[in-house]
Design a binder for this molecule. Structure first.
Ligand SMILES: [Zn+2]
Length: 298
């Protein structure tokens, strides 16, 4: 992505630091907006709301002064009534731009808490030995909750050290998230591979044959277990390589709304309007009319 001189990026401080680090955008081109804060941009009042996506992600409400119209853009979001609060000031809405990543009845997956609980249970079953190397797949940002809680649950049950090894690159990214971690959590991160059997790695390293090679002939480890959090799998799936050294566990952990959460969001938004002036819902991810109708029809 490139940003032309003079264009501004409006985002939370966490996203802002990430944008400087990863996209090389200059600080003076970034305007920080806190969750709940309203700023004025070109004749619009713009308010940021929690999006329950990756750290720093927000939804934006645009209130156009000239027309009086309000529009809500959810960005990427995972709808959860306890985390995303719809406030009176948001309504009435003209347009709602919707994260339609999983806009199809086949995308039904558990809540994040359920997915994490299940990952912890599988971790205790397959990865409790101190001679088991554990990998967690991630992209540059997101899924932090998942590996933090799995390591915590293993450490608790065996009193092992709960250091988490990350790459230098990932360490810098985590640093930019600052306030999202407590001091104790901070103390867990290390870039020294020898200090921990828990390693956070890029998602593309999680192939069974490649994983097996990591522990073959190792002095320290007898086996390896890798967790792959993904929104595209429906339920947890465990697979092993031929040698029995490597185990890959896919966990249905998503940072986008499931089909039923999308439906619930549309319903909650409509409840705030009279039927005749329900807002227009606009997909932001390529979605056919038929699929849109599956969430719009009660
Ligand atoms: Zn995203």
């Amino acid at each position: 992505t490139s940003f032309k001189q003079g264009n501004m990026v409006y985002c939370t401080p966490a996203t802002g630091r990430l944008v400087q680090l990863k996209l090389k955008v200059k600080r003076k081109q970034i305007r920080y907006v806190q969750v709940g804060e309203t700023i004025i941009v070109r004749g619009c009042s713009v308010t940021a709301f929690e999006a329950n996506h990756c750290p720093g992600a927000v939804m934006f409400l645009f209130h156009v002064h000239s027309s009086g119209h309000k529009h809500l853009h959810v960005g990427d979001f995972r709808y959860d009534r306890s985390k995303i609060k719809l406030t009176a000031g948001m309504f009435p809405l003209e347009n709602v731009y919707l994260d339609t990543t999983y806009c199809d009845p086949k995308y039904t997956f558990p809540s994040q808490d359920q997915a994490i609980e299940n990952a912890c249970r599988l971790a205790r079953k397959y990865a409790s030995s101190p001679r088991c190397l554990v990998y967690f797949g991630t992209y540059s940002i997101g899924k932090e909750n998942m590996f933090m809680r799995v390591v915590h649950s293993l450490a608790e049950s065996e009193r092992v050290r709960d250091n988490i090894c990350v790459s230098k690159e990932k360490f810098r990214i985590l640093q930019s998230l600052g306030e999202y971690f407590s001091l104790e959590e901070w103390a867990q991160f290390t870039i020294d591979k020898k200090k921990s059997r828990f390693h956070v790695v890029p998602m593309n390293q999680l192939k069974l044959e490649t994983l097996a090679k990591k522990v073959k002939g190792s002095k320290f480890y007898d086996k390896i277990v890798a967790f792959r959090p993904t929104g595209w799998s429906k339920s947890a799936a465990v697979s092993h390589d031929k040698s029995g050294l490597a185990t890959l566990i896919s966990i249905p952990y998503s940072e986008h709304s499931s089909f039923s959460e999308l439906k619930a969001f549309v319903k909650d938004i409509r409840m705030r309007h009279q039927v005749e002036r329900s807002p227009t819902f606009i997909p932001t991810v390529a979605t056919s009319k038929e699929k849109m109708n599956t969430i719009l029809c009660p």
